[in-house]
Design a protein around this ligand. Structure first.
Ligand code: KIV
Length: 298
């Protein structure tokens, strides 16, 4: 009996966990895979309870949670801290963690050690790394260390300085051929999924049809096997102009602003807290405001 079967025999409220096998089956059956980022307990609970298949603790948290200009400054320890919070919330979805810039760029050894920390110390079920054929050796080593690897091709935000900004990739024949080569190389090295970011839909469609592993697109068109967005983009919490590929499904900024302004108004007018929102003394104790003794009735 597999662990999954065992869990499904449990209480009705215990969801059957998603696995990379079920994700692979979705590709085979042409059933779209849903993925979304999350960075803390509360949002991860909402994302998981909504039935999203894969939750990525993305290094985009450097920007949307920590306020940096790009993803480069976030550290392994910060990523571990957020991954643990997400892990505590999630019962069904796969939890994957982004390896931050610098954590796998110095040596393959470093990359393996840092990836092990994500699994051992934070409970991640997979790690994501950016790059193509140049990451093949690392993908092989991680795979042989039993760590599922998600590749990330196209517009790779950790390469922002090399790319000269956040630009759509794969627009020339040479660049498309390189992306195809990268995708095949990552698959052969053992990657279980490929994130395709910021590439023309035709290129993503071609990669998706050529590789056996699922592709998850972000700004890569509808032909990918699944889609991923940054949670804060989805709910309008980024304070920036959304990219072309973002669809906002809610306005959390407006919701939070209304709530915060309402609270401030009520505090300033003494409408909050009301008597019903206050604690009261037991009936046998009396306190007056005029400095006389505090009395306990006999
Ligand atoms: O860091 C991130 O959030 C990501 C996804 C958008 C793919 O890499």
């Amino acid at each position: 009996m597999s662990i999954t079967q065992f869990r499904s025999d449990g209480p009705a409220s215990a969801p059957v966990p998603v696995t990379f096998q079920t994700i692979q089956e979705k590709k085979q059956a042409s059933r779209p895979i849903s993925a979304l980022t999350a960075y803390d307990y509360a949002t991860a609970r909402l994302v998981d309870e909504a039935g999203i298949d894969l939750i990525l603790v993305g290094d985009s948290l450097a920007q949307v949670v920590l306020g940096y200009d790009n993803t480069l400054p976030v550290t392994v320890d910060e990523m571990l801290h957020h991954t643990r919070a997400v892990r505590r919330a999630v019962r069904r979805a796969i939890v994957a963690a982004d390896m931050p810039w610098g954590s796998y760029h110095v040596s393959v050894e470093d990359g393996v050690k840092n990836a092990v920390r994500f699994v051992k110390e934070a409970g991640a079920q997979a790690v994501k790394i950016e790059g193509g054929a140049n990451r093949a050796e690392l993908v092989e080593r991680l795979t042989s260390a039993e760590i599922p690897v998600i590749g990330h091709l196209g517009l790779t935000p950790q390469s922002v300085h090399r790319m000269g900004g956040y630009k759509v990739q794969g627009r020339t024949a040479a660049a498309i051929n390189e992306l195809l080569h990268d995708a095949h190389t990552l698959e052969s090295a053992g990657a279980v999924l490929l994130v395709l970011e910021g590439v023309p839909r035709e290129v993503a469609a071609r990669i998706t049809s050529e590789v056996g592993i699922p592709t998850i697109g972000i700004g890569a068109g509808p032909e990918c096997d699944g889609q991923i967005l940054v949670f804060h983009d989805l709910v309008n919490l980024t304070f920036t102009q959304p990219a072309k590929f973002v669809r906002q499904y809610g306005d959390a900024a407006a919701l939070f602003r209304n709530a915060i302004e309402g609270y401030r108004r009520d505090v300033e007018t003494r409408a909050f807290p009301a008597d019903g929102e206050s604690y009261h003394l037991p009936k046998d104790v009396a306190v007056s405001l005029n400095g006389s003794a505090v009395r306990q009735k006999a």
